[in-house]
Design a protein around this ligand. Structure first.
Ligand code: GLU
Length: 444
């Protein structure tokens, strides 16, 4: 059974970058009929907030990215303590007493000597007496994991063959001086306990992967298969963090963007597939393949999202949108939706067309005589999609007007606008009474 996890920290609202991680995990695991675990990385009790956790759930639910199980790291400290005890017992987790200043001084010294700023493991040679003395002085140890210094290799599903030389990496701090766990160890312990088979995340975690593979082994477990995809950046290649506010899922939802537009866009960015609207997640699942993900950063362009959003709207069925139309008082039936969807950039625009059909609107009259002639030729009704063709032909024969000179004055009078959906659909929806009144220049 394939099991993946999406592991956000509830320290803010999630944005398009986080959701891309969630989505790639979700598409992959659905294709494998596996399980998706929502893991809330809330070990940082100070910065984690319940409202952000709720926000993550709201945003994922809105997008349709369901989870099979939810876990909170804050409820799993006993497991982390047990793993830390195992590593301490085997000597792979060792106490260090350096202050930040001391470490910074040593880093600078190493660099001045042309050496990489890797932790020198001075703490490993402290005797028990020396440690006791430091602790008596009030120093609290932080704990580092002792890397093997070997080359760690793995076959990354996105990046191909990977190797990290752990001799070039500082032994990572797993537990801080105040006893708090940093992300690295809890993540590994959870991946083991939750039987995670694949870790799918951004390439900012590639170095972590090397370190984590060693921790998996130190805890007697096999590391999951890894897939690290290039990060999402802004339109000009800038880090997304610069404009996070406007990139939050909450703000996109508030702006009226369709969930499937967000998902279509994020699923295809940085892949060999064109960025095109899909209206069902199942389509994205079918089309998903790690092999399609390129190595260059994916650029998130809000204009492109808007384009995809319009595309999505143009293909959504009446059943897909009926509830939202009703919510905005714009549910005028299937014929209405099919008539207007092609003109929308945002679903909220449907309300405007409902208003134009229902009225009252002020008709635009440029040639009252022409419109009076046209009104006299209006059939009695009821109107259907063929009414417009029959009627406008009759107006053409009677007045000699054709093309734009025929259609535009009629459209302006009937809708008050120069552009819009097909008139044969609109006229049928407007109906005989309102059409007559508007052609006579009356507000209706
Ligand atoms: N909470 C971590 C993050 O958001 C999870 C990383 C991971 O997937 O291992 O960066």
């Amino acid at each position: 059974m394939v099991v993946v996890r999406f592991a956000p920290s509830p320290t803010g609202r999630i944005h398009v970058g986080n959701v891309r991680t969630a989505l790639l995990n979700w598409l992959f695991v659905k294709k494998q009929n596996g399980q998706f675990v929502l893991r809330i990385d809330d070990t940082d009790t100070e910065r984690s907030k319940a409202e952000y956790e709720t926000g993550i759930e709201t945003d994922l639910t809105w997008l349709g990215l369901t989870w099979d199980r939810k876990e909170n790291q804050s409820k799993r400290f006993a497991s982390y303590d047990a793993a830390a005890a195992t590593l301490k017992a085997s000597g792979q987790l060792y106490p260090c007493y350096e202050t930040e200043d001391e470490l910074e001084r040593r880093r600078k010294l190493a660099m001045a000597r042309g050496k990489p700023p890797v932790y020198d493991r001075a703490a490993l040679s402290l005797s028990d007496d020396e440690k006791a003395k430091l602790e008596a002085e009030g120093r609290k140890p932080h704990w580092r994991f002792k890397l093997s210094g070997k080359r760690i290799e793995w076959d990354d599903l996105v990046r191909g063959a990977q190797a990290i030389d752990t001799a070039s990496v500082s032994d990572p701090v797993l537990i801080k001086g105040d006893g708090a766990y940093l992300y690295t160890l809890p993540s590994v312990v959870d991946d083991i306990d939750m039987n995670i088979t694949h870790v799918v995340r951004g390439e900012d975690h590639v170095t972590n992967a090397g370190v984590q593979i060693e921790i998996f082994e130190a805890l007697g477990a096999k590391a999951p298969i890894m897939a690290h995809f290039p990060l999402l950046v802004g339109k000009e290649g800038e880090p997304l963090s610069k404009r996070l506010g406007s990139m939050s899922i909450e703000s996109l939802r508030d702006a009226g963007v369709e969930p499937m537009a967000v998902l279509s866009h994020l699923a295809k960015l940085g892949t060999s597939d064109p960025v095109e609207a899909r209206t069902k997640l199942t389509q994205l699942v079918e089309e998903f393949d790690f092999a399609k993900i390129g190595r260059a950063p994916a650029r998130f362009d809000p204009d492109e999202l808007n384009r995809v959003n319009a595309q999505v709207l143009h293909t959504l069925s009446y059943a897909d949108v009926q509830k939202q139309l009703a919510d905005q008082g714009a549910d005028l039936g299937e014929a209405f939706w099919l008539a207007v969807r092609g003109n929308l950039n945002l679903l909220s625009g449907a309300g405007e067309w409902a208003h134009i059909i229902n009225g009252p609107i002020v008709p635009v009259v440029e040639d009252a005589d022409f419109l009076a002639q046209a009104a006299a030729l209006l059939p009695a009704g009821p109107f259907d999609a063929s009414t417009w063709g029959v009627w406008s032909d009759a107006v053409k024969t009677a007045t000699g007007a054709k093309g734009k000179a025929l259609f535009l004055p009629l459209r302006l009078a009937l809708t008050g606008l120069r552009h819009g959906p097909e008139m044969n659909q609109l006229l049928a929806l407007i109906g005989p009474e309102k059409a007559k009144a508007r052609l006579a220049g009356q507000k209706a």
